[in-house]
Design a protein around this ligand. Structure first.
Ligand code: 1HN
Length: 355
């Protein structure tokens, strides 16, 4: 084909694209490769937020706005490859929330599901559909879709201190479905309808009421205390084999189904023994990590690119989908993590490789 023939093809096409543009149409062949990449190609980079850098800003935010005015006083953890989008991975939102002594974060509900992993301080509470639970570091707490929730900080044992937790929400997933609804209760705190520990007594003792009517897709347990999860990991670390890729890793379950605790977000807690030198693993679910205990290193690789993230207690980091992760621990380490794995499993999309 002669050169001027090629140019005229190009011109003809450009002219064609312009004309169909007026009909809200566009040619697939110009975007096909980007729409259907050969491998996951989302704009999502590895990143870490060190507690020593984050904590002063969180406390400063406490001098600028009250929890009540902010509704939720949160500093969003934004993926550096998606600034401005309020996302930490393509499918997940994460942020660090501060509640000061005697503050209240007013009651509302929304179709997005939320998780909390308590990072710093003790004695704040969250209330979910009429029941309060007191928060301690390392607790994993769930706010199921469309449940009224508010937070407060009355302290415990006569001491009241600032409390910080990690929020994880399925905001992008709900947005993709066009299924986002929210409403305010119009009151600072919802009425308390049940005693603390009620859902725990009903569902967290390997039993359930014979009259159980829990219909939600989310676990009926809304606080998985660190004390118990940590004990399970310690026992397994002492008495069973340590996985060469993941150490001792457990997932939080819904006791009614044995499945994930939340329908859209999978949550895990894992222990890496001191001097653990893990093999690389990759999976299609990008994950957010919160360091509960210990010091170590996350090596996150994709092709020629590598991030080596040195972590310590209360640090947070993100592993993008399909990047390989190797974990190393200097001291005994405990990591909380969450991802969109339940959604990928439900849709038959999950892939993972132990390298
Ligand atoms: C929310 O309701 C909470 O209830 C935290 O604590 C973070 C981020 C976006 C939308 C709603 C909370 C949130 C949120």
């Amino acid at each position: 084909m002669a050169i001027n023939e090629q140019t005229s093809h190009k011109d003809q096409r450009a002219d064609f694209y312009k004309r169909i543009d007026g009909e809200n149409m566009t040619p697939l062949w110009e975007v096909l490769h980007a729409l259907v990449p050969q491998e996951p190609s989302a704009a999502c980079d590895p990143a870490i937020w060190h507690w020593k850098d984050v904590k002063p800003y969180l406390l400063e935010s406490g001098t600028l706005i009250t929890a009540e005015e902010a509704v939720r006083r949160v500093l969003i953890l934004e993926n550096p490859a998606m600034r401005g989008e309020s996302l930490i991975t393509p499918s997940l939102y994460a942020g660090l929330q501060l509640i000061l002594p005697d503050e209240v974060a007013p009651s509302h509900r929304h179709t997005q599901s939320a998780l909390r992993f308590i990072v710093d301080g003790r004695g704040a509470y969250t209330a979910v559909d009429g029941e309060r639970t007191t928060m301690f570091p390392g607790d994993f707490i769930i706010t199921p879709s469309w449940t009224w929730h508010d937070h407060g900080n009355d302290g415990i044992d006569g001491a009241v201190e600032p409390v910080v937790w990690l929020d994880g929400l399925d905001i992008p997933i709900i947005r993709m479905f066009g299924a986002a609804f929210a409403e305010n209760l119009g009151e600072r705190s919802q009425p308390v309808l049940r005693n603390q520990g009620d859902s725990d007594a009903r569902y967290a003792h390997n039993m359930q009421p014979v009259t159980n009517q829990h219909a939600s897709k989310t676990s009926p347990i809304f606080n998985y205390p660190y004390e118990r999860s940590r004990e399970a990991l310690a026992h397994l670390a002492r008495h069973s084999e340590v996985n060469a890729w993941q150490g001792v890793k457990m997932r939080y379950t819904n006791p009614l189904t044995g499945g994930w605790a939340m329908p859209t977000i999978g949550t895990c807690l894992q222990l890496l023994p001191a001097h653990f030198d893990g093999k690389p693993h990759r999976s299609t679910d990008g994950a957010v990590y919160s360091v509960a205990e210990g010091h170590g290193r996350a090596r996150i690789r994709r092709g020629e690119r590598e991030a080596v993230l040195e972590f310590g207690p209360k640090d947070h980091f993100v592993v993008p989908p399909w990047w390989s992760l190797s974990l190393e621990a200097e001291t005994e380490t405990v990591l909380f993590s969450f991802s969109d794995r339940p959604v990928q499993e439900a849709l038959g999309l999950m892939r993972e490789e132990f390298l």
